[in-house]
Design a protein around this ligand. Structure first.
Ligand SMILES: Nc1ncnc2c1ncn2[C@@H]1O[C@H](COP(=O)(O)OP(=O)(O)OP(=O)(O)O)[C@@H](O)[C@H]1O
Ligand SMILES: [Mg+2]
Length: 329
């Protein structure tokens, strides 16, 4: 049996002279939650639009459950449900009426509509709010309504463009619950995200994309193992001490380091807590004041820095600018 949901072969997309997607390939298996993780402008929406057949790749090919998404575009449309980056609900209508109208738009058979709308309300945890105007809902509730709306045609693949961007932590967890519920029923989920933590908590596999290129693909733990077999040492210093300390640590302790602002990071063995203390003491002896240091398992942030040579770029599209000074958490 073919267990491939989406197969992408070397797709490129050029807008004028700008290459937004630079030849990416990956395969998504049926039943997976697959995350495409990348900062603003990385090429996430462009990639999704090409999967959906809304945008024609400059070159390369995409098959959805074995069907070519250009030649068999009608079949492919039936297989995929899509939730855009913007929430589209009518605030004056109740949750139930919003869903009923969309079920009609999607040509759901008349005798099926009530059943599917009830199921959608349940999947979104909105049963008790079914008859309330959607405009009175919180951002998270509206987003969940939008999510189940894309399930009304009963697709086998669900594509979600940044389903939780801009939501508070609690609403984000509510969205994860609804996404997991749908996935438990066998739906393949492809989502884009700017949140490292989301890719870690929700996705079976993750493709890290930056500047239109895939930097790595794997499970969160595979990606973390790529960064380090052991632990990550993190030392925070005054900005003026960073260069000197980097030289000392790499020369004296032979560690491979990366620098991120006023933080120096290095890979150390699992059992080398002693070494990290020695380094901190040595720096103090050299009159370099260590503001903070820690030893931890690699995080998705470490993965991103290692693969791209940079921290998650700042972005301005979220309301929550303060929390994403380095990346979105
Ligand atoms: N129609 C277009 N014409 C010209 N450039 C475009 C077009 N669509 C996207 N781009 C550019 O391609 C790059 C990738 O855009 P894309 O929307 O795919 O990024 P993204 O990863 O979805 O970002 P975000 O997180 O902000 O949604 C960006 O530099 C963008 O400005
Ligand atoms: Mg986008």
């Amino acid at each position: 049996m073919n267990d491939s949901a989406v197969d992408i072969k070397n797709i490129k997309k050029t807008f004028g002279t700008f290459q937004a997607v630079k030849g990416i390939s990956f395969n998504i298996k049926k039943g997976e939650i697959f995350g495409i993780l990348g900062p603003n402008g990385a090429g996430k929406t462009t990639t999704l639009n090409m999967i959906l057949g809304l945008l024609k790749p400059t070159s390369g090919s995409i098959t959805i459950e074995g069907y070519d998404n250009v030649e068999d575009s009608l079949k492919v449309k039936q297989l995929i449900g899509f939730m855009t980056q913007e929430t589209v609900v009518d605030g004056y209508l109740s949750a139930r009426d919003n869903l009923t109208i969309f079920a009609k738009l999607y040509h759901v058979p008349e005798n099926e509509i009530e059943k599917r709308v009830n199921k959608a309300l349940e999947d979104a945890n909105l049963k008790e709010f079914a008859n309330k105007a959607a405009g009175t809902f919180s951002g998270g509730m509206q987003r969940r309504l939008n999510l189940v709306k894309s399930m009304l045609q009963e697709p086998s693949i669900l594509i979600l463009d940044e389903p939780t961007t801009g939501l508070d932590v609690q609403s984000r967890v509510g969205m994860w619950d609804s996404i997991r519920k749908l996935n438990d029923k066998g739906i393949t989920v492809i989502l884009t995200t700017q949140y490292l933590e989301e890719s870690d908590a929700l996705c079976d596999r993750i493709a890290i994309i930056d500047h239109g290129e895939i930097k790595a693909i794997g499970t969160a733990s595979e990606l973390k193992r790529m960064v380090s077999e052991g632990n990550v040492l993190e030392i925070t210093l005054k900005p003026e001490d960073v260069d000197k300390a980097t030289k000392i640590i790499s020369n004296k302790f032979k560690l491979k380091l990366s620098v991120e602002g006023d933080i120096i990071k290095g890979d150390i063995q699992k059992d080398s807590m002693g070494l990290s203390i020695k380094i901190a003491q040595y720096l103090e002896k050299e009159k370099i004041h260590v503001l903070a240091y820690s030893v931890h398992l690699p995080t998705m942030d470490d993965v991103f820095i290692k693969l791209t040579g940079a921290s998650f770029r700042d972005s301005t599209s979220s309301e929550n600018v303060a929390s994403q000074a380095r990346f979105r958490r």
